[in-house]
Design a protein around this ligand. Sequence first.
Ligand code: GLU
Length: 308
Amino acid sequence: MPQGREAHDYDLDALRERVMPERGGERSSSIPQLADADPDAFGIALALPDGTVRSSADGRRTFGIQSAVKPFLFALALADTDGAALDRVGIEPTGEAFDALKLESDTGRPPNPMVNAGAILTCALVDGDDPRERSARLLAGLSRFAGRELEVDHDVAHSEHLLGDRNHALAHLMRAEGALSVSADDAVAVYASACAVIVDVEILAVMGATLALGGVNPVSGERVVSAEVARDVVAVMATCGVYDGSGRWMRSVGVPAKSSVSGALVLSVPGTLGAAVMSPPLDDQGTSVRGRIASEILSADLGLHVFG
Ligand code: GLU
């Protein structure tokens, strides 16, 4: 496990320079805002237990959180349902794409909360009488993970809602199986707005640290979720967080993480630190190419591999 000073002194700009020449991957084309993202944007940040937050150049550059929000949605659903969310969504890796039109064959539940079906469902499990209330409650919860007031990019939320045909299909499938109790359109609307929350790598690293550090935000000092909820979420990030690339990721990086189509990655090293990296070009599993390489180097340099 890394000792504090190493993480305090680690040269994040040198790491950035090392991975910038890598030119692999393609930006997501799912919505215009992602297709137009700057392919050379790259930021990386660390959030440490003493509340120190450090980042490279581009550390305050904003982007949509996209699927890096899913661990936090799961945490908030677990908290609001007193753990009963675990009866409504599976926790097994799928080995399939993030938006595969597939539910558990025996139960009709989504396979896990890190794929789209599971995240659409966890959004529907938080308290609130209608989509507006649930979105507001999620935004307030995400803001506590971040230790600051977060905002939604409403243009991105609109595009996600309008163009997310597979998400609408998944919501209807869950309705048909009795897994989803709110309307399919309401469920997708809340999920679309959660994916459109605006962050930067510093904010995302603090969110990851809050999960890594037993549910307490190291900057604000606030307990956001229980230690048990944080542990459950980090465990599922480890097995399912990088979709059908989760096995490769755990071997080479060895840190529970969640990837996203915006090229963001949030990393939670249990008991140690949170980190985030963002670079839009993605590999075939939807993982940021530069983000994965930077995470491998960071993990090796700081000794973060949980099986290391
Ligand atoms: N909003 C994206 C979608 O629903 C999230 C997927 C991702 O970030 O991996 O397709």
